[in-house]
Design a protein around this ligand. Structure first.
Ligand code: FMN
Length: 213
């Protein structure tokens, strides 16, 4: 394995919002390739109950974007103004900008589980969510390796039923996210600033991060 390339992929797959190319078409095959790779992700009991809803119809994308905007725009404008540090401010400003461009992002992808998640029990909830979230992340990594980008979003889930009705998603399925997918404008993404791993890693017992020893 070429570890430098793998590390670059893992450390530079960013939330892309402003650098999505709204004018470049995205073919069906590249989306399917990324889904094929995502299907190598783990699922509890090997259930493999992922479902991928790919939306390219312009009217449907506009309707999803309108639902997304209604949920997010006001909150994000407020959050962008109130954020104390510049990194968080940029995140909210970017997220707010996405509410304006979402309809024009050429492909929307909703990763789903063909199952209704019971969130009342930690074991079943964790098993169910972890049967779709790793696949979702693999999908985003596969996009990045092919010059495309996206951002993990959950905002529309506040109105999941409106989106479900629009797209014919049955009550027996669970939507996990919404990925706006496009080629990226340039591919020169950088690792984000994160605290040293030693400050958040405990060893053998909770507390006293290894960096403090
Ligand atoms: C569970 C989850 C939900 C998110 N929801 C949204 C969202 O609704 N809208 C959005 O623009 N970004 C959303 N994000 C993206 C985060 O803001 C982003 O990952 C974070 O700011 C870090 O940026 P980076 O991935 O480039 O390091 C979400 C991320 C996660 C993991």
């Amino acid at each position: 394995m070429d570890i430098a390339t793998v590390d670059e992929l893992l450390s530079t797959t960013r939330a892309v919002r402003k650098r999505l190319d709204l004018d470049r078409p995205v073919g069906r095959e590249v989306i399917l390739e990324c889904i094929r790779l995502a299907m190598q992700a783990p699922t509890a009991s090997n259930a493999q109950d992922w479902r991928w809803l790919v939306i390219t119809d312009a009217d449907k994308r506009a309707a999803i974007a309108e639902i997304y905007r209604r949920v997010g725009a006001e909150y994000l404008a407020y959050a962008a103004k109130e954020a104390s540090d510049p990194q968080t401010q940029r995140v909210y400003a970017g997220a707010l900008a996405l509410t304006e461009t979402l309809a024009r992002v050429p492909v929307h992808v909703i990763p789903c589980l063909d199952n209704r998640i019971d969130n009342s029990n930690l074991l079943t909830a964790a098993s169910a969510w972890a049967s779709i979230i790793p696949a979702g992340w693999s999908f985003l990594l596969a996009l990045r390796s092919r010059g495309l980008g996206s951002v993990w979003t959950t905002m529309h889930l506040a109105r999941e039923h409106e989106v479900a009705e629009l797209l014919g998603i049955p009550d027996s399925a669970t939507q996990a996210a919404l990925f706006p997918v496009a080629y990226t404008i340039g591919t020169d993404f950088r690792p984000a600033k994160r605290p040293p791993a030693e400050t958040i890693t405990y060893w053998d017992t909770w507390g006293h991060p290894v960096g403090e020893r």
